[in-house]
Design a binder for this molecule. Sequence first.
Ligand SMILES: Nc1ncnc2c1ncn2[C@@H]1O[C@H](COP(=O)(O)OP(=O)(O)OP(=O)(O)O)[C@@H](O)[C@H]1O
Ligand SMILES: [Mg+2]
Length: 156
Amino acid sequence: MKLHSITDSMSKVIELQIPSSLGNEKAAMDLSDSLTNNLQFSKDRQAEIKTAVSEACINAIEHGNKFDTDKKVQILFRESKKFLEIEVIDYGDGFLFDKHPDQINVLKKIESNRREDLRGWGLYIIKKITDKIEAQKLNYGYSLKMFFKRSHKRGY
Ligand SMILES: Nc1ncnc2c1ncn2[C@@H]1O[C@H](COP(=O)(O)OP(=O)(O)OP(=O)(O)O)[C@@H](O)[C@H]1O
Ligand SMILES: [Mg+2]
């Protein structure tokens, strides 16, 4: 695992790299907690952001890097005046994020006995929690940027 901090003219950037096995997302969650604490997000918001970080990292480990521990998931935390931006990058082909449904039938899913219905929560949770998302295919992988307003007002 690698952690370092870069300051460019615009913003402060903290980079974490984790090998692609489940459990390593906890390092990103812990870092998220300490940064959101320093940036004075509310306790509730800190917990939500940590959850989004966890889901994005697990997806990158599982679907992006396919549990290949030689491949790292890169997590970049950038502070700007308005946002905390958290970018999660993997080496996979990505997927059409904009085509993913914004809504799922939560009750139906919870009550379902079908195996495939048990999965598919991560992106729903991420979409609910973030203030803005940018997903982008890179020439070597896939990037998901999640933006969290620094003065968050609940939209739900
Ligand atoms: N980083 C990624 N790279 C490639 N495909 C992805 C990535 N993240 C998500 N996907 C695709 O989007 C689908 C939905 O993701 P989502 O996190 O909602 O559900 P899941 O990972 O299948 O299940 P759950 O998160 O509930 O355990 C995944 O099954 C996968 O096909
Ligand atoms: Mg998932």
